[in-house]
Design a protein around this ligand. Structure first.
Ligand code: FES
Ligand code: FES
Length: 173
């Protein structure tokens, strides 16, 4: 009888920012560690490792999720997007990143990759529903801790992008 070692590493294949990637991972390897240490995607930050701070947030199949609460093996076959995937093909900042820069929405930047990934997901989901109010933006951000900014410039950056995108949608309607 073959005895399987539950701790044995196994290949995990996924799409990371549009590229097929594969590396070995033990069953208990966190996705956050897998991305950073095995795939070199160090833009994803790790803070609390308990699902509280939001720093490790990535998108899995387009949905913002905590990478520290996800096992690498759970990402098998999934489409994972990290902050490195927000820039365009020309490596220029995406509109959300550019707005954060314009509004000084980061200081130390530790929280920023996770916040960007949640904002990107949320802005995509509210597309076509008009401009959100600041309360909705603050509620969306409530799962993220930022020790530096006081959140006001982050909210301003998100509102800026939401207004710009809504105006563009209206002009194409
Ligand atoms: S490191 Fe994942 S939520 Fe804090
Ligand atoms: S910019 Fe420093 S924690 Fe948010």
């Amino acid at each position: 009888m073959t005895v399987l070692d539950a701790r044995a590493e196994r290949p995990v294949r996924l799409t990371l920012n549009g590229r097929e990637r594969c590396a070995s991972a033990s069953p208990r390897r966190l996705l956050s560690d897998f991305l950073r240490h095995d795939l070199g995607a160090t833009g994803t930050h790790v803070g609390c490792e308990h699902g509280v701070c939001g720093a490790c947030t990535v998108q899995i199949d387009g949905v913002a999720q905590r990478a520290c609460l996800t096992l690498a093996v759970q990402a098998e076959g999934r489409d994972v997007r990290t902050v490195e995937g927000l820039a365009g093909d020309d490596s220029l900042l995406g509109d959300l990143q550019a707005a954060f820069k314009r509004h000084h929405a980061l200081q130390c930047g530790f929280c920023t990759p996770g916040i960007l990934m949640s904002c990107a997901d949320w802005l995509a989901r509210i597309a076509g529903r008009g401009v959100p109010d600041q309360g909705q933006v603050r509620e969306m951000l409530s799962g993220h801790l930022c020790r530096c900014t006081g959140y006001t410039p982050i909210v301003a950056a998100v509102m800026d992008v939401a207004q710009t995108r809504a105006a563009a949608e209206a002009s194409h309607a």
